[in-house]
Design a protein. Structure first.
Ligand code: AMP
Length: 188
């Protein structure tokens, strides 16, 4: 199964993507997690990404696409994958299409986790306090939501036009949302 997970920052994407990938037996590939791990390890990729992340901007497509291409060609992706936080731009959609076409595969479903914006902001502020994330100050949060609205929200329509979109209500407890996701994915 090949899935893409979308939703604004703070929608609970990471948690839900991890649960769902575990249930489906496919790797959970979070571009944000990969970037953060590289920043923590002080790799060249981490150095390239950090300034963009700290400003609430997207890491350039050339860097992000190369990283995802590398990750998706590993053996564990043969049975499928759940992409969390990729694609986020029109160019990334094109790159993913090209990767899938060249391997003879296609996406099964694109999940959009929906939440209301006030709830998102309060989740993000709480998470920043708990985790000390340097990309979660209030200004940066606002910028991340703007960038999502400008660059990523329009992609939802692209996938909807392709008949791949499944909208799932992200409000409620972790278990409630997980159950909704499972029923959508197993039904689709
Ligand atoms: P996330 O944890 O998914 O919210 O990602 C954290 C940060 O990593 C984002 O705010 C971006 O700076 C960067 N990032 C993650 N995924 C992407 C992507 N697909 N394209 C560009 N930047 C990304």
């Amino acid at each position: 199964m090949r899935l893409v997970f979308m939703g604004p920052p703070g929608a609970g994407k990471g948690t839900q993507a991890g649960v769902l990938a575990g249930r489906l037996g496919v790797p959970h590939i979070s571009t944000g997690d990969i970037f953060r791990a590289n920043v923590a390890q002080g790799t060249e990729l981490g150095e390239q990404a950090k300034a963009f992340m700290d400003a609430g901007e997207y890491v350039p497509d050339s860097i992000t696409n190369a990283m995802v291409r590398d990750r998706l060609t590993r053996d564990d992706c043969r049975p499928g994958f759940l992409l969390d936080g990729f694609p986020r731009t029109v160019e990334q959609v094109a790159e993913l299409d090209a990767m899938l076409t060249s391997s003879g595969h296609h996406l099964d479903v694109v999940v959009e986790l929906t939440v209301d914006v006030d709830e998102v902001v309060s989740r993000l502020v709480k998470r920043a306090q708990e985790q000390g994330r340097t990309d979660d100050t209030e200004d940066v949060l606002r910028r991340r939501l703007e960038v999502y609205a400008d660059q990523t929200a329009p992609l939802i329509e692209t996938y909807s036009d392709r008949g791949l979109l499944a909208k799932v209500d992200g409000m409620g407890t972790v278990d409630q949302v997980s159950e909704r996701l499972l029923s959508v994915v197993s039904g689709g």
